[in-house]
Write a protein that binds this ligand. Structure first.
Ligand SMILES: NC(=O)c1ccc[n+]([C@@H]2O[C@H](COP(=O)([O-])OP(=O)(O)OC[C@H]3O[C@@H](n4cnc5c(N)ncnc54)[C@H](O)[C@@H]3O)[C@@H](O)[C@H]2O)c1
Length: 275
């Protein structure tokens, strides 16, 4: 782990996940600054993670090697304007995790000609089980690419794409993805309770089954389709359930959902990326 200093502009949900994951991976809390206008949010960071906190974005950004833009897309333009002069003086690596917003807009808001990496992480970064995709603009040096990869790689899988356009589909798949699996867990737990299982039994069974299935799919040799077939006895219980999922076109529903997320990512940049 390098001794670079990192400033988070915005200390919300995703900043908590990333900061928690980075510290768990060995980064020194004193190398991290978090800026947020809300004192409660900052207190939470200080108590949970022991990092430096401030209400002033400029104070956090002043000496950082990497500045993570972790505010909502609607806010990013104003937050960027507040630190643009510092960024122009020192040209630190800018890492934007905002959904949708495109690199040329972010660079322009920061005064132009700035090394910008767009990153799309997800909340399991908190337990170092995240999935992040990175895209770099041409101003990013090889050393800065390595630094971005070190930071995000410390909290889980880290992949690069060469085309910025892919970031919308990435957001729909892994950025929002944890919510789809959490929703599946909610639905299964509710259904199991409707079938008469006590709530705590239903909860434990659903969570352990999700964990077991995810681990088998990611750690074993077999593809998910093969693993599904191995659970499904001809004429048995799983076949009865999968038949319903097919009749209800679960695959089509999931495709529609990811397409809606991809399209929303695109419109976010049209809505908030203008001058
Ligand atoms: N939550 C996720 O799963 C997730 C995943 C990937 C990417 N993202 C992206 O991360 C960004 C943050 O999302 P989040 O879920 O953490 O949102 P959030 O609302 O939890 O956090 C945003 C934080 O920014 C603070 N803030 C508001 N105005 C500010 C300003 N001017 N300067 C500094 N801080 C300011 C808010 O007080 C809040 O604490 C978004 O752009 C989102 O698209 C989120």
């Amino acid at each position: 782990m390098s001794d670079s200093s990192i400033a988070f502009i915005g200390g919300g949900n995703m900043a908590h996940s990333l900061v928690g994951g980075m510290i768990a991976s060995g980064r020194k809390p004193t190398s991290i600054w978090v800026a947020d206008p809300f004192v409660d949010q900052l207190d939470n960071h200080r108590h949970r993670h022991g990092v430096n906190v401030t209400q002033e974005n400029t104070e956090a950004a002043a000496n950082a090697d990497v500045i993570v833009l972790a505010v909502k897309p609607q806010i990013l333009r104003d937050a960027a304007a507040q630190i643009a002069s510092i960024v122009q003086e020192r040209k630190p690596l800018m890492l934007s995790i905002a959904a949708g917003l495109r690199e040329p807009d972010i660079s322009r808001w920061l005064g132009g000609d700035v090394p910008v990496v767009r990153a799309m992480p997800n909340t399991p970064a908190l337990i170092r089980c995240g999935a992040t995709v990175l895209y770099a603009n041409p101003s990013v040096t090889g050393q800065q690419k390595a630094l971005a990869e070190e930071i995000m790689g410390a909290v889980g899988l880290c992949l690069w794409v060469d085309e910025e356009e892919h970031m919308d589909a990435v957001t729909a798949t892994s950025g929002s993805g944890p919510a789809y699996f959490f929703h599946m867990m909610e639905c299964m737990q509710a259904a199991a309770e409707d079938l008469g299982l006590p709530a705590d039994v239903a909860r434990q069974l659903v969570l352990q089954t999700a964990l077991g299935a995810a681990r088998m799919a990611s750690e074993g040799e077999d593809e998910p389709g093969t693993l599904r077939e191995k659970v499904t006895s001809p004429g048995g219980t799983t076949a009865a359930a999968l038949e319903v999922l097919g009749q209800e076109d679960l695959a089509g529903v999931i495709k529609k959902a990811l397409t809606a997320a991809r399209d929303r990512s695109r419109t976010l940049s049209d809505e908030f990326g203008k001058d």
